[in-house]
Design a protein around this ligand. Structure first.
Ligand SMILES: Cc1cc2nc3c(=O)[nH]c(=O)nc-3n(C[C@H](O)[C@H](O)[C@H](O)COP(=O)(O)O)c2cc1C
Length: 314
């Protein structure tokens, strides 16, 4: 049974995953936090926490609220900063079989380019995921993903600064995500990841105040799965680069839906909080499904659920 997928077919280095199951940024730390719980080397790839030029403390507490079938978060990109990541994390990753992708976020286009430049050529880093859709910080993140022009500008700047494969991660908080995806692909994105969290909020009625310290947050978990699936289906029909699906994936069946919609790989996020072994369960479930259905190569499933099948085959 062949499970491997190539996420950067146009990139010199390429980004070959042993299987299509990845972890979503911000929900799996730096990978090290989970390595005692299961064999994380079996995963397709690990995407680490969003990384900025300088370390960030993040937003005021509370930063997490449970909602119906979901979680609202306003972490605000708490992270150790790119220098510490290169010094402390990358050397560990260099000894891993599983590729690690660094999620980057800046406040300006130049920040993104500098981050990409600093990470270029660092042993242990197999690719970059450019977060242009974080709803939880004032400057940077979300606004770059709202318009096709700014998405293209960030993508081009990152591509010019690195030879690593570049995945561009989009926000659903935009009127036409397919247009944004097209612009990022045209500017050189090797693949498109989607979605980051749609914006939401909760009011604490006892306190008569917004519950989150940041007032607003990003919604994740099963509540957003249909939105994520819709965007994956739409974007996979709009671009020729691989699409990576993310949003509410909790089981293998969820993952297979995204793959059938046109995703070449998927990311497991919020599900890690209730079941730290979720990515491996998803992988084993996909294998079981393929065996049961007589599917020999995962490529046979990519985009098979599309009405416009041809367009999704990558
Ligand atoms: C606590 C938390 C922190 C997150 N941090 C990041 C981040 O640093 N960078 C990023 O691109 N996405 C971040 N995300 C978004 C996830 O990677 C993912 O896109 C989103 O949660 C949808 O997937 P899910 O429903 O499977 O969680 C975060 C999500 C959560 C819940």
């Amino acid at each position: 049974m062949k499970l491997s997928v190539q996420l950067a077919p146009k990139n010199k280095q390429g980004l070959l995953l042993a299987n299509p199951v990845m972890t979503a940024s911000g929900t799996f730390g730096y990978g090290t936090e989970y390595s005692h719980l299961f064999d994380i080397q079996r995963l397709g790839a690990i995407v680490c926490k969003g990384t900025t030029l300088k370390p960030r403390e993040g937003n005021p507490q509370p930063r997490l609220a449970e909602t119906a079938s979901g979680v609202l978060n306003s972490i605000g990109l708490q992270n150790i900063g790119v220098k510490a990541l290169i010094k402390e994390k990358a050397p560990l990753w260099a000894g891993w079989r599983v590729p690690v992708i660094v999620n980057i976020v800046g406040e300006t286009v130049e920040d993104y380019a500098r981050l990409a430049g600093e990470l270029d050529g660092v042993a242990g880093i197999s690719g970059l995921e450019v977060n242009i859709g974080c709803p939880n910080i004032k400057a940077g993140g979300a606004e770059f993903g709202i318009s096709p022009d700014s998405a293209a500008e960030v993508t081009a700047a990152v591509k010019a600064a690195t030879s690593l494969p570049v995945l561009v991660k989009l926000t659903p908080n935009t009127p036409d995500i397919a247009e944004v995806a097209r612009a990022a692909a045209k500017a050189g994105a090797d693949a498109i990841s989607l979605i980051n969290t749609p914006r939401g909020m909760v009011i604490d009625i006892a306190k008569r105040r917004p519950l989150l310290g940041n007032i607003f947050g990003g919604l994740s978990g099963p509540a957003i799965k249909p939105i994520a699936l819709y965007t994956v289906y739409t974007v996979a029909g709009a671009v020729e680069v691989p699409v990576i699906g993310c949003g509410g994936i909790t089981t293998a069946d969820d993952a297979i839906e995204f793959i059938m919609a046109g995703a070449s790989a998927i990311q497991v996020g919020t599900a890690n909080f209730s079941n730290p072994r979720a990515p491996l369960d998803v992988l084993e479930g996909i294998e079981k499904f393929m065996k049961k259905e007589g599917v020999k190569d995962i490529a046979e499933l990519i985009g098979v659920g599309r009405i416009d099948k041809g367009q999704a085959m990558l």
